[in-house]
Design a protein. Structure first.
Length: 255
């Protein structure tokens, strides 16, 4: 199966959840990407993922060169939180802290699109697949509101038995507190150690992929919020009729 998300919408969280459910809570990996790897980097890693089904990670659109014929879990998140989380992930890793303002980053990077394209088009690509039986479409905020129920859904989707004890272990190990306490296992340092020099990035960059949702989005100025809202209207509302992210979230929740 493939965890197919836009960056900073919850891929690392889903990697930990999927591995916890399939492995009975095994935490003996150096970094989560060693057991749930990038699909394009899987050839660099050990073939034994420590559980079944085998799982991989991707940030590709549905219409991209994503391998077809397996199961997919995707997740959406409030665009404001995605933008701020993206900024904090890049700060200290791709640029020095304080060197680029949040306003500059959002306007010149996030709104323009990363190597994974723009968030809104990525969301639209997967929204159109949400009714497929091989796609599980999740909302970050609803996961946070009821994590045990989400894990039961994921276990059923993966064909696992959903044993209450196994779900309980996986739920505890997918909590913010647990993942923050094991941050080095979720910071993608194996990939950075292998690739940063070749990409011209300085060694020893310190960043984290475990951040609490929704705590920073108020840092966005009114002008930035209006710019994000405009992108939503141009892509999502024009295509699907949902005026806000909250409207789309409600539609997903109501089936």
């Amino acid at each position: 199966m493939i965890i197919a998300t836009y960056p900073k919408t919850g891929a690392t969280w889903l990697q930990q959840i999927v591995h916890g459910l399939r492995s009975g809570g095994a935490i003996d990996f150096e970094e989560i990407g060693d057991v749930v790897p990038w699909i394009g980097m899987a050839h660099d890693l050990n073939d034994d993922q420590g559980g079944a089904p085998r799982a991989f990670k991707s940030h590709e659109f549905w219409d991209d060169d994503l391998p077809k014929g397996c199961r997919y879990i995707t997740i959406v998140r409030d665009p404001s939180d995605v933008a701020v989380s993206f900024y904090h992930f890049f700060e200290g890793s791709y640029f020095e802290p304080g060197a680029i303002s949040l306003d500059t980053f959002v306007r010149n990077f996030f709104l323009s699109g990363s190597r994974s394209g723009r968030y809104w088009e990525h969301l639209a690509s997967w929204w159109e697949q949400r009714a497929r039986p091989d796609v599980l479409f999740l909302c970050y905020e609803d996961m946070k509101a009821d994590l045990p129920a989400t894990l039961r859904r994921i276990a059923g989707f993966l064909g696992l038995d959903g044993d209450p004890a196994a779900v309980d272990i996986a739920t505890r190990q997918a909590s913010f507190e647990f993942m923050r306490g094991h941050a080095s296992q979720f910071d993608e340092h194996l990939l950075r150690d292998a690739r940063d020099a070749a990409c011209g990035l300085p060694p020893g960059a310190a960043t984290t992929k475990v951040r609490e949702a929704g705590v920073d989005s108020q840092a966005l100025s009114l002008a930035l919020r209006e710019a994000l809202d405009a992108a939503w209207r141009q892509v999502i509302e024009a295509r699907f009729g949902y005026a806000t992210y909250a409207d789309m979230r409600a539609a997903l929740r109501d089936g």
